[in-house]
Write a protein of this length. Structure first.
Length: 279
């Protein structure tokens, strides 16, 4: 191939990459994933240029779906995920070029354990996250926060571990002591699942959530108004939003609900659904 042909090929590839980037960003524009897709597309393009690999920050399940969508739109790109332990909810995406001959070192995740006197204080996931945000740490530098009665394991970008070790001295008004912990000591996440068969007036999300979480529709609507509920990891826009088979409803403090099956209607016109509630 001549130098001119090589230049033309590079120009053509750059133009195609630009088109792909604009298409992906347009698709997620105005959604919670808009900022995430921009970062992931930049990572994907960096991998295509270097023909090596790159790591994203920590992504929630919706962000991981976006990462897979981006990878599918860039030929020669593979994606893998790691959250530090089996079953992690938040995970980092690793984009790897198919021509990369080396072996990536890993997902660059560390684990820090912060402990307190559980007899005198009860701290929640929100308390821990608030303390970390108060230290100026961005959410995508943090993975799962595994809270027990007297401690929390904080999974994070390994570059943040030393900073946390030195600076995380309090969560709220409660003093904590920190030490490094081994990722291998974290047990795989085991979710309990309860299957619920229900008949609902419609596939509105307030109706489905009420059946799955065992509450009234008005309570479900109030939870939606309070931004406590998400559909497929995105904020629910209104109580009248409809769901379909395969959708995931998550509610703060209540777990997740999967719309496993929509089986049709009864003689009275109500819809039969099978829901799986993960606790």
């Amino acid at each position: 191939m001549s130098d001119m042909q090589e230049v033309r090929k590079e120009v053509r590839e750059a133009y195609m990459a630009s088109e792909q980037k604009e298409k992906l960003i347009r698709f997620y524009k105005g959604t919670e994933g808009e900022e995430t897709v921009v970062k992931l597309v930049d990572l994907a393009e960096a991998v295509q240029r270097s023909q090596k690999f790159r790591l994203s920050g920590f992504l929630d399940p919706y962000g991981q779906e976006i990462a897979e969508t981006v990878a599918a739109n860039y030929p020669g790109l593979c994606v893998d995920f790691g959250g530090g332990y089996q079953g992690a909810e938040r995970a980092r995406a690793m984009y790897i070029h198919e021509d990369f001959a080396g072996t990536p070192a890993g997902f660059d995740i560390a684990c820090l354990k912060a402990s307190w006197n559980g007899q005198f204080a009860r701290l929640s996931h929100r308390d821990v996250l608030g303390a970390l945000m108060g230290l100026g740490i961005e959410r995508d530098r943090l993975g799962d926060l595994l809270v027990t009665a007297d401690s929390v394991r904080i999974l994070c970008d390994s570059k943040m571990a030393e900073y946390l070790l030195q600076n995380l001295t309090k969560i709220g008004a409660v003093g904590v002591s920190c030490e490094m912990a081994d990722l291998a000591d974290i047990a795989p996440r085991e979710e309990r699942c309860k299957e619920i068969r229900a008949t609902v007036a419609s596939l509105r999300i307030d109706s489905i959530a009420a059946s799955g979480f065992g509450s009234s529709r008005s309570r479900a609507a109030a939870d939606i108004a309070a931004d406590k509920m998400k559909l497929n990891w995105q904020p629910v826009k209104s109580a009248s939003q409809t769901v379909k088979e395969g959708d995931i409803i998550s509610m703060r403090g209540r777990g997740r609900l999967e719309v496993a099956e929509v089986r049709g209607q009864t003689k009275k016109g109500r819809t039969v659904v099978v829901l799986k509630r993960y606790i």
